[in-house]
Design a protein around this ligand. Structure first.
Ligand SMILES: *Cc1c(COP(=O)(O)O)cnc(C)c1O
Length: 308
């Protein structure tokens, strides 16, 4: 079990943005992970830790990329994974998880009900409850992507990263600290209907959203991890929001640029150099974390996307 399952992903320089805006923009291609997203990094770290401590039973309540990456790692490491999902979860994601041998159980109308039930049965069974974003083991795993970037490119002036519950952001900020990139400014991206980090950052305390309204479902956490806010105040962070439409258009433009489909949750980050290039100055370099995501099939997008 010493070989790792996540891969060291490449960093590409965008020729398109270099030509169009004379900007140096780099993409960290986490969309190339075997599970299509960075989530595999954290899940691998988390599972290794608990397996070393004798655990072989894991329960999560995410029907998205977190549950899928956990299922993938569980299959590779030969441990039991149960994912409790609410009724709203797509058959598409349920199939992806069951194909890996993940036990998927549908419970509750909304995520919170599935989450409460997952907590209850993990306690009863003595299983490990796995949060989709709020666990230091996940942050440690995610932070390895910055260690890789530090070997791949010089320190960037800007890093652009999407925020859902803030697990990826915690990893990125910890990686920035570890590599001495304190001068780098982190631009966080969220769609307007899922701006829990933006609102919390402005309020200087955790703000819980009443509802989530966005196509970028992977960004849909009503409140972010406390740690993401603490770390953000230690470093240079600029929170930013855009429309669902811009996030979708960025995913479609990225498909044209690299022939890879990523969720609008990831399009949110890519929309900054595409549609707000003025946020990166001409002599600056920017690193976009292409976080990926497999839970919105392109077929679901193309019939509702605008023509322009
Ligand atoms: C999970 C996820 C996010 C958000 O990550 P958090 O750790 O919840 O902030 C963004 N994009 C994709 C594709 C994801 O899977």
């Amino acid at each position: 079990m010493n070989n790792k399952f996540y891969i060291e992903t490449p960093v590409y320089k965008s020729h398109k943005l270099n030509k169009e805006h004379n900007k140096s923009v780099f993409y960290k291609m986490e969309c190339y992970q075997p599970t299509g997203s960075f989530k595999i990094r954290g899940m691998e770290e988390l599972c290794r830790f608990h397996i070393n401590n004798g655990k072989r039973d894991f329960i999560a309540s995410s029907g998205g990329n977190a549950g899928y990456s956990l299922g993938y790692i569980g299959q590779k490491m030969g441990v039991d994974i149960t994912v409790i999902v609410p009724k709203t979860t797509s058959q598409f994601m349920i199939n992806k998880m069951t194909n890996l041998g993940t036990q998927v159980e549908v419970y509750g109308d909304v995520w919170d009900e599935a989450h409460q039930y997952a907590l209850k049965i993990s306690e009863e069974r003595g299983a490990v409850y796995v949060s989709p974003f709020d666990d230091p083991l996940l942050w440690k795993g995610h932070s390895t992507l910055i260690d890789e970037c530090a070997k791949q490119i010089p320190q960037p002036d800007k890093i652009i990263v999407s925020v859902g519950g803030g697990g990826l952001l915690c990893g990125v900020l910890q990686g920035i600290k570890r590599n001495g990139w304190h001068e780098t400014t982190v631009i966080t991206t969220e769609t307007i209907g899922a701006a829990s980090f933006y609102k919390s950052y402005q309020a200087k305390e955790i703000v819980e959203l009443d509802e989530i309204k966005t196509i970028a479902t992977s960004l849909g956490a009503k409140k972010v991890a406390e740690k993401s806010l603490q770390l953000a105040y230690d470093l240079n962070v600029t929170p930013f929001m855009m429309s669902d439409n811009e996030a979708i258009r960025a995913s479609l433009d990225f498909l044209d640029e690299y022939n890879v489909w990523v969720e609008p949750a990831c399009g949110a980050a890519i929309s900054v150099p595409y549609f707000y290039p003025q946020m990166i100055k001409e002599d600056e370099t920017a690193l976009v974390i292409v976080c990926g995501g497999v839970n919105i099939p392109i077929k679901n997008i193309t019939h509702q996307a605008p023509n322009n």
